[in-house]
Write a protein that binds this ligand. Structure first.
Ligand SMILES: *Cc1c(COP(=O)(O)O)cnc(C)c1O
Length: 373
């Protein structure tokens, strides 16, 4: 191994988080309280909406969003949610646990839902469009949002990887219900955590009820709820992180730009792009290793690993392409040829804020040496 190891993602917590967590520990108020409220205010501001509701994790954010839509009868048991097949399994699990049927439209070159494929896959039973803003890049909401409006679909965004990303200046998480994750590998973390954002007073009120046992006033239960609450300890960690939000976003963007320059022109490597109007938060910097490359994707990852450079495959297969969904009555295995092809080629390279210019240069040089054969 040459030089220190460069991880593909790294938790960055410092004195700001320590100080806020200590404040919570010393306050005696460990469960949901003022820190959670402050976090919700900050996230609502970042997503450009009136309400943010903090929950235990990003998967729960998706699940409780769909459950809230069932309460309002926007969607009924067995109705279809159309989403991307190129996503983390949580997206599909949440749809199934909400009692709905998951359908899939293929992705485009941006790794997100292709609006044309979405239009083709809509059925009588489609009620919800659930785009995934993969790798921190927003899906093509300029096309998807009007399509959803015309077809009477409610939009639930899986924005787990995209806090702070924008489309034509509009924030992700502002199109209906926005679901964010604060898991340890995400751009902003609380260890485990999730947030739902919305402009709807009705939905926000319902989400708050569902999060807290259906309770409004003490021991008065309006709906059959859950315990989906976040703790003040977790909120304190995320608030510390958000104090550096602009700086860490800028560092990811700078790293992505530097790495793109270093890799430009290499045969067999497709670099990530930001389509016009869409601003990524560079959760991942994902290249595609095509047949024209000197090494295939897995060999390349192994050779980088020998040099202490970690990489990741997000995701190795279409989300429905697993035994647990085999013959599952709520998961339809719609054909998704581009997803299947891309899943064999994607490789995410380190661009997190702690990599540094020297680290980026090492990643760039290693790839150039391995591929410029
Ligand atoms: C992380 C993630 C989730 C789930 O979030 P958790 O906080 O881990 O439950 C959902 N969807 C996508 C695309 C994710 O990356």
């Amino acid at each position: 191994m040459s030089g220190r190891e460069i991880a593909v993602s790294k938790v960055d917590v410092g004195p700001a988080e320590e100080e806020l967590v200590l404040r919570v520990l010393r306050s005696g108020q460990l469960a949901q309280g003022a820190m959670v409220a402050e976090l919700e205010a900050r996230i609502a501001e970042i997503a450009g909406v009136r309400h943010a509701v903090a929950v235990s994790n990003g998967t729960v954010a998706l699940e409780v969003s769909l459950e809230a839509l069932r309460h309002l009868e926007v969607v009924r048991a067995g109705d279809e949610v159309l989403t991307s097949p190129f996503t983390f399994v949580a997206t599909a699990n949440a749809i199934v646990h909400a009692g709905l049927t998951a359908r899939f439209a293929d992705i485009g070159d941006d790794y997100c839902l292709d609006p044309a494929a979405v239009a083709e896959r809509l059925t009588e039973r489609t009620r919800v469009l659930l785009p995934v803003h993969l790798y921190g890049l927003p899906a093509d909401m300029t096309a998807l949002a009007p399509l959803a409006r015309e077809r009477g679909l409610f939009v639930v965004e899986d924005a787990a990887q995209a806090l702070g990303a924008t489309v034509g200046g509009r924030d992700v998480g502002s199109y209906g219900l926005g679901c964010f994750s604060l898991y340890a590998t995400k751009n902003v973390t609380s260890g485990e955590g999730g947030v739902v954002t919305t402009d709807s007073d009705e939905l926000a009120g319902l989400l708050r009820l569902l999060r807290n046992q259906g309770m409004r006033d003490r021991y008065e239960y309006l709906v059959v709820g859950h315990n989906y609450r976040m703790t003040d300890l977790q909120a304190a960690i995320a608030l510390g992180q958000l104090g550096r939000f602009e700086a860490t976003n800028a560092a990811r963007r700078r790293n992505a730009k530097r790495l793109s320059a270093a890799l430009a022109g290499l045969a067999g490597l497709v670099l990530p792009a930001e389509p016009a109007g869409r601003r990524s938060v560079w959760h991942q910097f994902t290249v595609r290793v095509t047949e024209d490359a000197a090494l295939d994707r897995d060999e390349l990852a192994a050779r980088l690993g020998e040099q202490g450079i970690r990489s990741g495959v997000y995701y190795p297969r279409a989300v429905f392409d697993y035994g647990c969904f085999d013959g599952h009555p709520q998961v339809v295995r719609d054909p998704a040829p581009l997803t299947a092809a891309v899943a064999r080629q994607v490789l995410s390279l380190p661009v997190h804020p702690l990599v540094g210019d020297d680290g980026i240069d090492r990643v760039g040089a290693a790839l150039r040496q391995l591929l410029d054969a």
